[in-house]
Design a protein around this ligand. Structure first.
Ligand code: HEM
Length: 456
């Protein structure tokens, strides 16, 4: 029996009654897809092969010597919680369409991948998501990337050692085209944040029973079927039991200074004073910096970062329809669109991203998000979110504007913001906030099953 990807019940992965096919699936799936792997320190290597046999041998070696399965990862997490035993680093592999071709798969074979965006590659999808022209991307991304290797851990040492080892194992015919270094940032409460200073990574589709059981779920059901992220791996020995996931990688540079200026200007325009000024940024993101959803409270605070909420009954006077988290997850529909986000921040800075220091002390470039997400369909999940929700000023309600965080393209129409939380009075129409996130390059990959990689 093939694994039922549409089962609505979250997976009880360590149950004694787990069927053999699902076990095989977990033993052959890469970690970090069904459950986020620790990647406080992250090395991202972009590779081009140039010789099919040598490329295959390299991937086989990394997969056999250094990659654990999703099941081993879950066991490590359980052992860490129970006995404090530290887990091993994460190593993940994604292969691009060009990579499969260079590894010796024919054009015909590559058609087995159902996803058009994957088959095109990111460079040919610029128009679909209004990305900057390829000539403006960072040089490494302008080249033809065949594979990405991800190395993550909570300490820098193991990542540095594995990075050296894996680069050392590259055959002479291959090229390291470029690399990125991710480094997690946290606020004083210990929550992971992004460069604008907001808690990030809180809302995720959850696939595993132990994760779902820990969540309050009166309003929002965080449990999702595996079908949101998994597809059969077409080249694996047994696609009914061996799965993979489409991985979108995008380097998104953040102009923090400009975003902080925008927050200040919006607070001035709305006449917000004192602590209320933080509501300006909260209306752009949908959450206050500490993660409090603005649809639920007019002010930050109120305990652990909530995720048990919807926007029902919020006509846009609490959280505007354009707010980043409302655009990217309206919560009353579109569950099949949600991806498993696994990004990491990049770039060093001397200031504290979470405090109220003036905008002129903030970086205007060189920092951002290495956006990564696992999808079962790049077209219907990542691209749909970017284009039809974030990039659509009429999404849900006419003329409510682009997503102020990730919207791309011309922002022609004017928008209004609620002046008082939960009250109908709106600001005079004003220009939409400027774009402060710039895509610097990226690629679409498929994260194949270990069964494929180990038999290459
Ligand atoms: C959530 C920031 C790029 C999709 C969030 C949150 C923040 C954030 C602060 C709230 C934390 C949470 O609810 O987990 C950013 C920044 C970005 C960026 C600064 C770029 C530099 C993207 C992109 C997409 C995206 C490119 C997809 C096209 C989402 C989704 C959520 C989210 C789906 C969760 C919404 C929910 O379920 O409530 N983002 N994000 N983000 N973001 Fe982004």
């Amino acid at each position: 029996m093939p694994v039922d990807l549409n089962n609505a019940r979250p997976l009880a992965w360590d149950s004694a009654t787990l069927d053999a096919d699902t076990k095989a699936m977990l033993d052959n799936l890469q970690p970090n897809i069904l459950r986020a792997h620790v990647r406080e320190h992250l090395a991202v290597l972009f590779v081009r092969f140039n010789d099919a046999a040598e490329g295959r041998a390299f991937l086989r070696h990394v997969a056999t010597a250094r990659m654990k399965s999703a099941r081993e990862h879950l066991e490590e997490v359980r052992d860490f919680a129970g006995r404090g035993r530290r887990g091993t680093p994460y190593v993940g592999i994604g292969i691009s369409k060009a990579g499969y071709r260079d590894l010796g798969h024919s054009v015909e074979q590559v058609r087995a991948f159902g996803d058009q965006a994957f088959r095109d590659g990111m460079k040919r999808r610029v128009a679909e998501v209004e990305d900057p022209p390829v000539e403006q991307w960072d040089r490494a991304y302008q080249r033809e990337i065949h594979a990405v290797v991800l190395i993550g851990d909570d300490r820098p040492g193991p990542v540095a050692a594995l990075r050296e080892e894996i680069i050392g194992a590259l055959p002479a015919s291959a090229r390291l085209l470029g690399e990125e270094t991710g480094r997690g940032m946290r606020n004083p409460a210990g929550d992971g944040i992004e460069h604008f200073g907001y808690v990030d990574g809180r809302s995720q589709p959850l696939f595993l029973k132990d994760e779902v059981d820990r969540e309050p779920r009166k309003h929002w059901d965080p449990a999702f079927p595996l079908a949101n992220v998994l597809v059969p791996d077409p080249f694996s020995p047994d696609p009914r039991r061996h799965h993979g996931s489409y991985l979108v990688f995008r380097k998104l540079e953040q102009n923090v200074r400009a975003f902080k200026e925008i927050e200040e200007r919006l607070a001035d325009d709305l006449g917000l004073k004192g602590g209320d000024r933080h509501r300006a940024g909260a209306m752009l993101v949908g959450r206050f910096k500490d993660g409090t959803p603005v649809t639920g409270r007019a002010k930050a605070g109120g305990g652990p970062v909530a995720n048990d909420f919807t926007f029902d009954g919020d006509d846009g006077s609490k959280c505007p329809f354009s707010g980043h988290i409302r655009k990217t997850n309206p919560r009353s529909f579109g569950r099949e669109v949600l991806m498993a986000r696994r990004g990491q921040t990049y770039g060093r800075r001397g200031d504290e991203p979470w405090d109220d220091a003036p905008p002129e002390t903030r970086p205007s470039g060189g920092v951002g998000l290495l956006f990564m997400a696992f999808n079962s369909s790049l077209v219907d999940q990542f691209e749909f979110t970017q284009r039809s929700w974030a990039g659509n000023p009429d999404f849900e309600h006419p003329a409510t504007g682009h997503d102020p965080v990730i919207g791309q393209g011309e922002r022609a129409i004017k928008v209004t913001f609620p002046k008082v939380w939960g009250k109908p009075e709106q600001s005079p129409p004003q220009a939409q906030v400027a774009q402060t996130v710039t895509m610097r390059g990226g690629e679409y990959f498929f994260a194949p099953s270990l069964a494929y990689l180990r038999t290459l």
